[in-house]
Design a protein around this ligand. Sequence first.
Ligand SMILES: Nc1ncnc2c1ncn2[C@@H]1O[C@H](COP(=O)(O)OP(=O)(O)OP(=O)(O)O)[C@@H](O)[C@H]1O
Ligand SMILES: [Mg+2]
Length: 349
Amino acid sequence: MRLSEDIGIDLGTATFLIYTKSRGLVLQEPSVIAMTRDSKQVRAVGEEAYRMIGRTPGGIVAVRPIKDGVIADEGLTEKMITMFLQKVQGNTGRLLGFGGFKPQLMVGVPSNVSDVERRAVLRAALNANAKRAFLIEEPLAAAIGAGLKITEPLGSMVVDIGGGSSDVAVISLGGIVVSESMRVAGNEFDESIIRYVRRKENVLIGERTAEEIKVKVGAAMLVDDSENLVAEVRGRDLINGLPRTISLDSRDVVEALAEPVTRIVEGVKRVLEITPPELVSDIIDRGIVMTGGGSLLRNFDELLRQTTGIPVSVAENAVEAVAVGTGMALDMLSVLGDSLVSSDYYLRR
Ligand SMILES: Nc1ncnc2c1ncn2[C@@H]1O[C@H](COP(=O)(O)OP(=O)(O)OP(=O)(O)O)[C@@H](O)[C@H]1O
Ligand SMILES: [Mg+2]
């Protein structure tokens, strides 16, 4: 990889992605870091750290530095950015370019990040020796990455359902016109499945098991009976403390997810209600586009179509859309101008 190449980053709650123009997606790993409990020494990052969740011995903890779409631990987030950059470059983690050429970095961040968090991310980028760093709001990056023509005077609606947050945004002329960010997304789905299994079967299952159930047999709704799938699930019986295998089907999961799924649908409706009429008319013509891993929940698009009466599609690159969009945004600096936060100005203020 050309070390001076401009780089786009999706700093997701669940997944961290790095995108470059010439090589495309160069890294996609869980946003997890494992460290020793006392000395806070980093032991692993990404895939390797993810495998340690729920399986660490006393002295080691595996944590997600970004929770519910907000940066929970600044220092660790900075560390994670540096380590992942290092990984794709195979050097010291500094983005040293040829002939003193330094790259620019575009980082997608949740729309509700605070001032302190923005600074932390920009600092992390500059510490990795970027010439300049920009922040872009995730739904805007998602729309760009999904191929929506966002610079035209036409309304587009994107619904990005990630791990920690769901973002609904209406975009026109390169900027977000109205939006809403909800702290309910994939992780909350997993927790709802855990609660459901505990309530119904008196069995405790882990976070990763719940996620597996969601992906394998889960759905937002079932269109007909043939869509009902069954999964065998292992957990701990809460009555006698012993392992127990139960079976769950898609209907169970639809029921378990009804509440969080409905909250997201309600959020989409609220945004539509406050969207200026001309833009609503564009959205009806062009349809709503879904992105993010959570949008892959079976029939979520169908449910949204039925509840809003508007055509809905899931972006082909739903999971990578934000990362791809951050990379593409580096070529759109002049049109996106006001929608970006630049280290040049922000860190000096
Ligand atoms: N096929 C699938 N069905 C349902 N959920 C899925 C599927 N694939 C991935 N997910 C879920 O998508 C979520 C991760 O999505 P994504 O990678 O877009 O999140 P993120 O960008 O890291 O989070 P955020 O945008 O909230 O910061 C996880 O909760 C994961 O379980
Ligand atoms: Mg995301």
